[in-house]
Design a protein around this ligand. Structure first.
Ligand code: SF4
Ligand code: SF4
Length: 408
């Protein structure tokens, strides 16, 4: 793999990183033997960057245990501050010290503020975030600093310009090219010399799985040997402003496949025809949408906090990708991204019909009616209390319980 340079830090990072959020499990706990084998295999084959977070359960502690001896200095680590737990200045210091302890390291290579938008960032700034980051860096506990972003497009650059960040982590894939940070935001971050880390390159696996038959045909006609996952991963890696892509990898075969893709995908290496193929598939996917929302975000912000594009997107995906069953992937996404399980709630049920969004929508959608449909699809009596319960037990445990229920 041809490593990619972060201009601001001088670090050369493998274009494929190892995301340690969904490590293999056994009886509800990390399958340490299997996960260790996978991570060593990834490092032995050129991956030099691992991403984790305080909120990824036992992940930091596990990495601290296995990244010792010969593997200690062969890999850089990014981990993330649990921003939702920060109530006062001391919470930041305590979290960092605990993370260093868990990871068994004197310093963290890349320390990211986890899952912020402008409001979350302002809240942390009031609690002394800048003072904390500067102090931690001067004490040598953190080498480089960044944030992972989950906010609307129009706030991204405000957050980006708010501090001298080294790196940013964003959601980016060919289907969501224009949501959250978007292609332009990524370009802006890179123009500042920052590293750009990408999460969800396969949209949580959706772009690697089954697609409408027309889309499958376009991909197979273009290259019968290339999987949907390869098309999606190559599209992200083709962007020269992307430094490192974190894709969930659950087996040695998957690691090898992704490494092989990363090896053959230099920046700007896709041909015009290949990019056109991806565009055609994207168009098919968009045409299968129930609601003609382009996720442009022009309707935002909503005074009631409804995340309109995300609500409509999740609803569309349920039908586009035929997520069936009582507990399906779209329902999990709804809880996670707009329900309030991981951040502030932006669910459709909060809409009071004020109509402020209507005239801003270039597609002239009846957003109020569409949100009613979304609410009917995903929300139920006691929805708010159920979300509080999930927050209480923790999202990873909730997802695990759902998996078990789905198997019954
Ligand atoms: S109509 Fe609903 S979604 Fe639109 S701005 Fe008002 S509260 Fe928000
Ligand atoms: S509802 Fe309209 S304005 Fe809002 S994201 Fe969708 S297309 Fe854009």
């Amino acid at each position: 793999m041809q490593n990619r340079l972060i201009k601001k830090t001088g670090d050369e990072i493998s274009p494929l990183g190892f995301g340690a959020m969904r490590l293999p499990l056994k009886n509800g706990k990390i399958n340490r033997e299997l996960a260790r084998k996978q991570i060593y295999h990834a490092i032995d084959n050129g991956i030099n960057f691992i991403d984790t977070a305080y909120l990824y359960g036992d992940s930091e502690k596990f990495l601290g245990e296995i990244l010792q001896g010969e593997y200690r200095d062969r890999v850089m680590i990014s981990t993330k501050m649990p921003s939702i737990h920060i109530k006062k200045y001391e919470d930041m210091e305590n979290a960092l010290n605990e993370q260093l302890d868990r990871l068994k390291r004197d310093y963290i290579d890349y320390y990211l503020i986890h899952s912020v938008d402008l409001k979350a960032m302002n809240r942390l700034l009031k609690r002394g975030l800048i003072e904390f980051l500067n102090k931690a860096r001067s004490e040598g506990k953190i080498k480089h600093i960044g944030f992972s972003y989950h906010g609307p497009r129009e706030e991204f650059e405000i957050v980006l310009d708010g501090y001298d960040w080294d790196v940013v982590m964003v959601q980016y894939n060919y289907f969501d090219e224009n949501v959250q940070a978007s292609m332009e935001g990524i370009e802006y971050a890179a123009s500042k010399g920052m590293g750009v880390f990408v999460m969800e390159p396969l949209k949580g696996g959706i772009l690697a799985g089954k697609m409408p038959s027309e889309a499958e045909k376009i991909f197979r006609d273009a290259d019968s040997n290339r999987s949907n996952a390869e098309w999606a991963l190559r599209w992200v890696l083709n962007n020269r402003n992307v430094t490192c892509v974190f894709s969930g990898m659950n087996s040695i075969e998957q690691i090898d496949e992704n490494i092989a893709i990363a090896r053959k995908t230099a920046p700007m290496s896709m041909s015009f025809e290949e990019l056109e193929t991806v565009e055609l598939v994207k168009r098919v996917l968009r045409n299968s949408l129930k609601i003609n929302c382009s996720t442009c975000g022009y309707c935002m912000p909503c005074p009631r906090g409804v995340n309109i594009p995300e609500c409509l997107k999740i609803y569309n995906e349920k039908y586009l990708f035929e997520h069936k069953g009582l507990i399906n992937e779209s329902l999990i996404d709804y809880f996670q991204y707009v329900g309030g399980v991981m951040g502030k709630p932006g669910n459709a049920g909060q809409c009071n019909g004020c109509g402020k969004c209507l005239r801003k929508c270039p597609q002239k959608l009846d957003i109020i009616e569409e949100l009613k449909t979304v609410r009917k699809e995903f929300e139920f009596p006691g929805f708010k209390y159920f979300v509080s319960f999930i927050r209480y037990i923790g999202f990873p445990l909730y997802k695990y319980i759902l998996k078990i229920l789905n198997r019954l």
